[in-house]
Design a protein around this ligand. Structure first.
Ligand code: ADE
Ligand code: ZN
Length: 348
């Protein structure tokens, strides 16, 4: 592996500008978690639905969470306003526009069809709306975008098989398969057969593991599900053998600091382990998870984390480089993104 370049130090006052200016990939963002309350109200009106809250401000006030489950309950209520292909298209475009302002140049969006088929929509409505937005993203928003379908782990493996079958006619519109929702009590191995099937069908594989759940879930995501990336993975810091494995096999971790803060995985960002992960040589990346719910898009995650942990330009470069290396884009495209990253660090 080529050694990572050493970049010039940048003063703490100029770090927010550098973090904004550097191109980056976002690899852990649930598109339903980008639905801002104002857009929720607009969609409710368009689809002639009533919301449980009187205003967007009241919705935001409800966003106080004790843990992952307390968030998921509200998050699922928010998805009820999505009804048509155009709704999914518009939601994705709103995220792309926001991400473009943060200099995201590539993104791999998580979505789940089970939430929506669970209240009567077809999988095609979801996939076609999101895919059309991804196709328009280069021209409209200056970024490339791909889709990763997450199974909901609180449901059965049989339900995940059904979900996979439903999207088979749409196979070419989806790059990968992931695993999300309530982690505790739903270990990765619950989905061993359906992940084996997805692998056979040629999907790239990822899974949420070690967000709230134990390090053993990260081991089984790697060894049973055979995923290529771990989403969150912060609990790996409790297991030094696992840390060594992640470093040795260069397994990327899509870490989401503001999510960890809001869901009380860490009491404060000053306690967050992302700095220690980088020091250990882990391929960590920074992402926003559900930005409309957790108080910030990707740059807010970068700037708050860098301020809390007093990280500098070298870590910024490493994180952006990791984000492109961890992505599922092809080698030529990856080189093009990294060239643009290098150009920013050459001149900053
Ligand atoms: N779905 C949306 N956000 C999630 C998270 N942080 N963990 C698990 N499932 C999710
Ligand atoms: Zn997530």
């Amino acid at each position: 592996m080529k050694p990572v370049r050493t970049v010039k130090p940048v003063s703490p006052e100029r770090m927010p500008a550098l973090l904004r200016a550097m191109p980056k990939a976002e690899l852990h963002m649930h598109i339903e978690g980008s639905l801002e309350p104002e857009q929720m109200f607009a969609l409710a009106q368009r689809n002639q639905l009533a919301l449980a809250w009187p205003s967007a401000a009241a919705v935001r006030e409800a966003y106080v969470f004790d843990n992952l489950q307390s968030f998921l309950d509200i998050y699922h209520a928010g998805t009820l306003v999505l009804k048509t292909e155009q709704d999914f298209y518009d939601m994705a475009c709103a995220y792309f526009q926001r991400a473009q302002a943060d200099n995201v140049t590539h993104t791999e969006l998580f979505f789940d069809t089970q939430t929506h088929t669970g209240h009567g929509l077809s999988a095609e409505v979801v996939v076609n709306g999101l895919h059309r937005a991804c196709m328009d993203a280069p021209e409209k928003f200056g970024m490339t975008a791909a889709l990763i379908l997450c199974f909901l782990r609180h449901l059965s493996e049989e339900a995940a098989f059904e979900c996979l079958e439903q999207v088979q006619p749409l196979r070419d519109k989806i790059v990968g398969i992931g695993l999300a929702s309530s982690e505790q009590g739903h270990p990765p191995e619950k989905f061993s057969k359906v992940f084996a099937r997805a692998r056979h069908l040629g999907y790239r594989l990822v899974a949420h593991a070690g967000e709230e759940g134990p390090a053993s879930y990260i081991w089984s995501a790697l060894d049973v599900l055979k995923v290529e990336r771990i989403d969150h993975g912060v609990q790996s810091m409790t297991d030094s053998t696992l840390m060594q494995r992640l470093v040795q096999d260069r397994i990327p971790l899509t870490v989401c600091p503001l999510s960890n803060l809001k869901l009380r995985v860490y009491p404060s960002l000053t306690q967050h382990s992302i700095g220690r992960m980088l020091d250990a040589g882990m391929v960590a990346t920074i992402n926003s998870d559900d930005p409309a719910y957790f108080g910030g898009y990707i740059n807010e995650n970068f700037t708050q984390t860098f301020a809390a942990l007093q990280l500098g330009a070298q870590q910024a470069y490493q994180l952006a480089l990791n984000s492109f290396n961890a992505s599922f884009m092809d080698a030529t495209e990856r080189a093009r993104h990294i060239e643009r990253l290098d150009a920013v660090f050459d001149t900053f």
